[in-house]
Design a protein around this ligand. Structure first.
Ligand SMILES: [Zn+2]
Length: 202
């Protein structure tokens, strides 16, 4: 987790020796400061949200784009990764997720969007974009097929500034995952996430 509630009621990021509790369950958190993952908090006991993905630097980095009060927002028994300025949930997903879990989350959160970590697929040219002036087709070898279960907006973080919005995805007659979408800027998206409540999406 990126934030803990401090003894004085502030939202604080993890630093060595700091103390804090989870906003969701009130349980104690310990700062994890070291290793390969960016500094974060972990529950002393089991994580109260069974949907939480293991902390990873990519996930934490996306969360760092939004103000603290719109990150890890408790909604019922779950913690939404990010809330947009207009109040929608964004789930940022690095780990594998099943189609059933995607459907369950979309039903629970209602209006929401997904950002999937596609950096490795893009770098390895398993995810290939065929750019046109206003859109781009794509082919995705060994795709995360569960993405096909998404009915809400899907963004693929391809690394650098490239954030690809999937408009259509499917399996063609030869069994290949293909589709089309639009190329966007991760930086612009982050600027919008950081913006004041009520700001309308670009
Ligand atoms: Zn908790």
């Amino acid at each position: 987790m990126r934030y803990a509630l401090s003894p004085t009621g502030d939202l604080i990021t993890a630093t060595p020796g700091a103390a804090g509790v989870c906003r969701g369950c009130g349980g104690g958190l310990i700062p994890k400061c070291g290793g390969l993952t960016a500094w974060h908090w972990a529950h002393l006991a089991r994580d109260c949200d069974q949907w939480a993905e293991p902390d990873n630097s990519w996930h934490l980095d996306w969360q760092s784009a939004a103000p603290a009060d719109r990150v890890e927002v408790t909604i019922g028994p779950h913690r939404a990764d990010i809330l947009t300025p207009d109040g929608r949930v964004v789930e940022v997903q690095h780990s594998p997720i099943s189609a059933a879990a995607i459907v369950e989350r979309e039903q629970f959160y209602g209006p929401m969007a997904w950002i999937f970590d596609a950096r490795e697929a893009f770098a390895a040219e398993r995810l290939i974009l065929y750019r046109r002036p206003t859109w781009a087709g794509f082919r995705w070898k060994h795709a995360r097929r569960s993405v096909l279960a998404c009915s809400r907006p899907v963004f693929l973080d391809c690394g650098g500034d490239l954030l690809f919005r999937v408009r259509r995805i499917g399996i063609d007659t030869r069994g290949r995952c293909t589709g089309w979408g639009t190329v966007g800027s991760a930086r612009d998206f982050r600027v919008w996430l950081a913006g004041p409540a009520g700001a309308v999406a670009a």
